[in-house]
Design a protein around this ligand. Structure first.
Ligand code: BG6
Length: 487
């Protein structure tokens, strides 16, 4: 390990949250119902059962639409960031954060998604929020769509399968770019755009029951994805036109796979998984559907309906930077029968005997982050932005109020070291935003007690607690890291 420290000056050290996991206030100031408001905390499911946690049925949605309480729907209450953001930002300022990644809830701006006129109260909220951030020296990095969309668009239009949703999204983007053009210079279009293939409802507003058999659902997913690719390209175009000097990136769940053995069949299996993971950045950075995906579509009989101008838009309005989440790595094998399995971020896989596991069974692999950065940079040669990385763990509040979380410090330190190694290799990196800088509701399982934060929030899985904020040991550690620019 090199001892030379060369994080660039101006490196954006920060934290990350998302509107639907933090804000709460699900029915305040005219906000409409979003897909995230439908997510239930399923007490009886195992920790690793991400598929069941994410599954939605028509019946469950009807029930959720009628239910006006937040009891079973933790994302409706979040951590009340909507009202407590000044206090939270004060903690973040104390930590020295140079940036905070957050998202705008589409349903605060256009409650149903298809209105002609935006909701002023929603716009005013983000004005106050961005002003507070800027006043504290915290640069906003804003995701336009982080795992939520208006339920009205799901019910009336079939979510992103509908072409019209592209127009509604473009209207939403135009509104927020114009409104916040003097406040926000860094944007991300879709959070983990690749996630639509694993959780069609969360990313695409696709209710599988409404589309039929698995093949039809798959067809719907790739059509919806195409619409998101186009919407993302149009957002890039608009952002450049409306906010000169702004940078807007795409966002990928990094899912690095190692071969189980050196058997070429295993190597090919890992290669295919890695290639599939890069399909999304190939479209958003190179501006083309790569040959291996065209073959995949052909083999599966998937046909993408494209409108005139789509291909040109994809080619012309590519991302300025690649942002990505990285939590763990995976193992691929040509024959996985009988091999031990583990869980992971939005997907699971085969166990890697060389890696320790988090309490949620995710494989901890800092070197995988360096490999990911090297792969992405060598392929695309545009700046990277590590916008999610962190450890979900149980924390204990001691009698004196302290929270000792050396496991989180170890996780963050070892990953930051690998970012540094990548920088030494010449990889351009804009910044690092630790996921869940403050405890928030888990995306996949809607739990609260799977904590990522460096700031603790007093709330349990059932919503009990004072919501009081507390500094963890990792808070002080990260403060030092930032003060010393990575030293
Ligand atoms: C990423 C998401 O996939 O992983 C976040 O963008 C999410 O929204 C994070 O919170 C961690 O996953 P989870 O399910 O542990 O919250």
């Amino acid at each position: 390990m090199s001892t030379q420290r060369i994080f660039p000056d101006g490196f954006l050290w920060g934290g990350a949250i998302a509107a639907n996991q933090a804000e709460g206030a699900w029915n305040v100031d005219g906000k409409g119902l979003s897909t995230a408001d439908m997510a239930t905390y399923k007490r009886n499911l195992g920790k690793g059962d991400y598929k069941k946690h994410n599954a939605v049925s028509d019946e469950q949605l009807k029930k959720a639409m009628e239910d006006k309480s937040d009891q079973d729907y933790p994302k409706r209450r979040g951590i009340d960031f909507y009202h407590r953001y000044p206090e939270d930002l004060a903690y973040m300022q104390e930590m020295g954060l140079r940036t905070l990644r957050l998202s705008i809830a589409w349903t605060r701006i256009y409650p149903n998604g298809d209105e002609a006129v935006p909701n002023e109260a929603g716009l005013a909220f983000y004005d106050r929020l961005f002003d507070e951030m800027l006043g504290r020296g915290i640069e906003p990095l804003v995701t336009l769509s982080h795992y939520e969309m208006p339920m009205h668009l799901v019910n009336q239009y079939g979510g992103w399968t509908s072409r019209e949703v592209v127009d509604f999204f473009v209207r939403y983007c135009t509104t927020v770019f114009n409104r916040y053009k003097n406040k926000v210079k860094y944007w991300i279009t879709f959070n983990e755009i690749d996630g639509i293939v694993r959780h069609p409802f969360t990313n695409g507003g696709i209710v599988p029951d409404r589309f039929g058999e698995a093949e039809q659902v798959e067809q719907a997913v790739y059509q919806a994805l195409h619409h998101q690719f186009v919407a993302s390209a149009l957002a890039v175009k608009l952002c450049h036109e409306i906010i000169p000097g702004a940078q807007i990136g795409c966002m990928l769940t990094s899912l690095l796979h190692y071969p189980h053995t050196c058997n070429p069949q295993d190597v090919l299996a890992a290669h295919k998984n890695n290639e599939f993971n890069l399909f999304f950045t190939d479209v958003q950075v190179r501006g083309i559907y790569p040959g291996y995906i065209q073959r995949f579509f052909k083999d599966k009989g998937i046909e993408i309906a494209k409108a005139e101008g789509d291909d040109q838009a994809l080619r012309k309005h590519t991302a300025d930077f690649i942002s990505f989440s990285y939590y763990n790595s995976f193992v691929a094998s040509a024959e996985s029968e009988g091999l031990e399995k583990v869980s992971g971020n939005t997907m699971g896989g085969i166990k890697n005997p060389h890696l320790p596991l988090s309490e949620w069974g995710w494989q901890i692999d800092p070197i995988g982050l360096r490999l990911t950065m090297s792969n992405l940079y060598n392929r695309y040669q545009i700046p990277l932005y590590v916008v999610e990385n962190g450890l979900g763990a149980y924390d204990k509040v001691e009698e004196d109020g302290a929270i000792h979380d050396p496991y989180r410090i170890d996780y963050l330190r070892s990953h930051i070291e690998q970012i540094h190694e990548a920088i030494l290799d010449g990889v351009e990196v804009i910044g690092y935003t630790a996921w869940g800088i403050i405890d928030l509701i888990s995306y996949s399982s809607s739990e609260m007690e799977k904590r990522y934060g460096l700031i603790h929030v007093d709330q349990d899985n059932d919503g009990n607690g004072t919501l009081e904020r507390r500094r963890k040991d990792s808070f002080y550690w990260y403060k030092d890291v930032i003060r010393n620019n990575g030293l």
